[in-house]
Design a protein around this ligand. Structure first.
Ligand code: GDP
Length: 357
């Protein structure tokens, strides 16, 4: 029988099977070969084969090839961690205050969405708290890059219909820092699912962790037992993969040479770069990407995000688990020259949040 993983821990996964039943499944032989070495092997959204066992449980016998993955590097487990798989859209939930708006975090999530080749949507929640000019400006910049921006207020219901529309017949990932109101938005979008919400911690303005692991929420069509889900997008109804509030989003497993292609404004210039695909777009003399950043055609702060992620990707990785290949070769170090230059061009107000990312 086929099914979709709706939540997963180290050795077990809850699987919504084609017959409409959700089964708690173990993994045959404790390990799926193709996932050896990854942290918390199965991802929410994985399509699997299940052999039903007694007591309404099951055994996962095979994993279907993933169309894409949405993942990060797990610092604790020192391994790549696919949080979600087979996704259609990534929603980055943000807020103008409490917690503060963090473009650098948005940039990292956008890179993950680009890497998965799915549309990226920025949701600005808590609009009732007011949207400062600099936040509105940044959102405008993101729109100019082709990213959709939806302004919402979980309390008043503003923007909820627009968001619901974007979620229809999709597997959407909801991600954001904790406290931005992801759970509140989900409750407003789909009354009845009753996500647990938490107060934003006064002390750190960071929000408490009320969600601990990724989980697929099924709404509308997929609640219908008469029409069980068999993995086809047309039948998907609304499927949201809610992820835990993320504090630090480490990107380590993306090949460094592919990073620029995950920034649409850089992607457009890469073919004009004299150094071609060999260019790191950091300190090469005459690199068109670097020049565009210096001239301001590429937003200085986006370029800064690029440099930081690139620096991270260039660092050697210590893989804890055996059998994990280093998927991105770390070719070169970075000169601090450009960073200093670009920093001096207007991103200072963002610097105070750096410690988090
Ligand atoms: P999560 O950690 O992202 O799931 O955030 P929660 O949904 O738990 O919300 C964190 C806090 O923000 C709670 O105190 C919510 O009541 C509050 N909150 C959520 N949405 C809004 C909103 O649109 N406006 C305001 N002012 N507060 C909100």
């Amino acid at each position: 029988m086929k099914g979709t993983v709706v939540s997963s821990t180290n050795n077990t996964a809850r699987v919504l099977c084609d017959d409409g039943a959700t089964r708690l499944c173990s993994i045959k032989g404790k390990r799926i070969k193709s996932l050896a070495g990854t942290y918390n092997g199965l991802a929410v959204g994985d399509f699997v084969e299940v052999s039903p066992t007694e007591g309404g449980k099951g055994m996962i016998t095979a994993l279907q090839t993933r169309r894409n993955t949405f993942g990060r590097y797990n610092e604790k487990g020192k391994a790549e961690q696919a949080i979600a798989a087979n996704i259609d859209r990534v929603f980055c939930v943000t807020s103008p205050h409490l917690p503060p708006f963090r473009p650098r975090f948005i940039d990292r999530l956008a890179v993950l969405a680009e890497w998965a080749r799915v549309p990226f949507v920025i949701v600005l929640n808590k609009t009732d708290l007011g949207v400062p000019e600099d936040v509105a400006e940044r959102l405008h910049d993101y729109e100019a890059l082709g990213y959709r921006v939806v302004r919402t207020c979980a309390r008043s219901g503003e923007g909820i219909d627009e968001l619901r529309e974007l979620l229809q017949n999709q597997v959407g990932v909801f991600a954001g820092q904790s406290g931005v109101g992801k759970s509140s938005l989900l409750n407003t979008l789909f009354p009845g699912i009753k996500r647990r919400t938490g107060e934003v911690s006064e002390k750190y303005d960071r929000g408490k962790h009320t969600t601990t692991m990724a989980e697929m929420i099924l709404a509308e069509a997929s609640f219908n037992a008469e029409a069980p889900f068999s993995g086809g997008a047309a039948e998907a109804g609304v499927r949201i993969i809610d992820t835990p509030g993320i504090r630090r989003l480490a990107l380590r497993s993306l090949p460094a040479a592919d990073l620029a292609s995950c920034f649409p404004e850089m992607q457009a210039l890469i073919s004009d770069c004299a150094y071609g695909s060999k260019c790191s777009h950091t300190d090469e003399e005459g690199c068109v990407v670097r020049e565009a950043a210096e001239e301001g055609t590429i937003h200085a702060d986006r370029y800064e995000s690029y440099l930081r992620i690139r620096e991270e990707l260039d660092q050697p990785i210590v893989w804890k688990k055996s059998g994990v290949r280093d998927p991105g070769r770390r070719e070169r170090g970075l000169s601090g020259k450009v960073r200093t230059k670009i920093r001096g061009s207007g991103s200072a107000d963002l610097e105070e949040h750096d410690a988090l990312f």
